[in-house]
Design a protein around this ligand. Structure first.
Ligand code: SF4
Ligand code: SF4
Ligand code: SF4
Length: 352
């Protein structure tokens, strides 16, 4: 059985047996497009392929939409997410944006996705075709430098890199779910191919950070990096972690009287439009750097090709290190922004 069929047969049979009322997965909408979708009919599973190399946005955002007001009460849903999406789901649950009830989480070894613009005029390959070459390099920069091509925070893992591509149950819920479906699963997590691929991604990341240190660090470099920004806020809208219902940067607080703009222009030697680009990016960064999962949904959405996801990954990793935290790594670690410790950051505040 092919990789895609292996995952899809679990989805189909879970729907047929009524174990779940719906499956959240990637569904093809055209030869060159796919979306996250909630599929409720077994025959619709034919159109789905969670492994296809296409990133329409972070799927955790969709789960947030499905559960924020109330989680499904009567039936469970099976949610299949890539590791960076799963990490966002963990983070959003901790931030009270996802209600994690009646959800069976599944994740899989992720080989990455190709920039969406590559598919403007050609079909997206299926997951099986894509996974036939585990050494491929034609993936998004955030994927080539990914820290978590596998995560163990779901109930079920699909070890697509390993020989035989076994399912693994990480939780009792996962064990029960797979057992009820009669699906074989392994208790042991094989990691031979995973280790090789993760190692390569880690090397790529070290090279990327070395480059960013030279090219982006410092205010002048940062201004250059965002010079083409049109302030469309697509990066914010597509970020799963930016969830404020009312954004300060889109509020009237950013509008001033003409005299104030004149003063600003005089002090700065001129005022550029859009007026608040730097403030927007620095503000957004300070709001969500502790929870960024480096998925790159922001970068995929940028019409100007700005490396916004790479910059956020790099800055966020450094911020998270200060708190000894890694966003979405596990369910128990407390989110720094929701945790108050009297004795933290004494070296910054000078107080003990
Ligand atoms: S960032 Fe990592 S987990 Fe997310 S799509 Fe890319 S390789 Fe997969
Ligand atoms: S800032 Fe970009 S990389 Fe980080 S979580 Fe948001 S969309 Fe993903
Ligand atoms: S998506 Fe790109 S152009 Fe739009 S605000 Fe973000 S960085 Fe600027």
């Amino acid at each position: 059985m092919s990789l895609t069929e292996k995952i899809n047969s679990v989805c189909r049979s879970a729907l047929e047996k009524g174990l779940v009322g719906g499956v959240v997965t990637l569904r093809r909408t055209a030869e060159n497009a796919a979306v996250h979708a909630l599929v409720t009919k077994p025959d619709q599973i034919e159109e789905t392929d969670p492994l296809m190399p296409y990133f329409p946005g972070n799927g955790a955002d969709f789960v947030k939409k499905l559960t924020r007001i109330a989680p499904p009460r009567n039936k469970k849903i099976l949610v299949i997410l890539r590791p960076c999406e799963m990490r966002a789901a963990v983070e959003l649950t901790k931030l009270a944006q996802i209600q994690n009830e009646n959800i069976v989480w599944m994740t899989f070894d992720c080989l990455g996705t190709v920039p969406r613009k590559e598919f403007e005029d050609k079909p997206i390959p299926g997951g099986d075709e894509f996974y036939a070459d585990l050494n491929r390099e034609d993936i998004r920069p955030l994927c080539a430098t990914c820290d978590f091509v596998r995560t163990n925070t779901a109930d079920i893992g699909f070890l697509a890199f390993e020989d035989g591509a076994p399912f693994v149950a990480y939780t009792e819920t996962g064990k029960q779910f797979l057992s009820e479906l009669g699906v074989e699963f392994s208790e042991k997590v094989a990691d031979d191919k995973f280790n090789q691929i993760q190692q390569k991604r880690n090397q790529n990341k070290a090279e990327l950070y070395e480059r960013l240190e030279k090219e982006v660090k410092g205010i002048d470099n940062l201004v250059k990096t965002f010079a083409r920004c049109v302030n469309c806020h697509n990066c914010m809208t597509n970020c799963p972690i930016c969830f404020c219902r009312e954004c300060f940067f889109e509020s009237e607080a950013m509008d001033f009287e003409g005299d104030i703009f004149l003063d600003l222009a005089e002090r700065r030697g001129g005022l550029r439009a859009p007026t608040d680009v730097g403030l927007f990016h620095l503000g957004r960064m300070s709001h969500m750097a502790t929870s960024c999962v480096a998925c790159g949904a922001c970068e995929e959405a940028c019409p100007e090709g700005i490396i916004v996801g790479q910059v956020f990954k790099w800055v966020s990793e450094n911020v998270q290190k200060v708190f000894d935290y890694v966003a979405g790594r596990d369910w128990e670690e407390e989110v720094p922004l929701r945790t108050f410790r009297e004795d933290e950051l004494t070296e910054v505040t000078g107080m003990s």
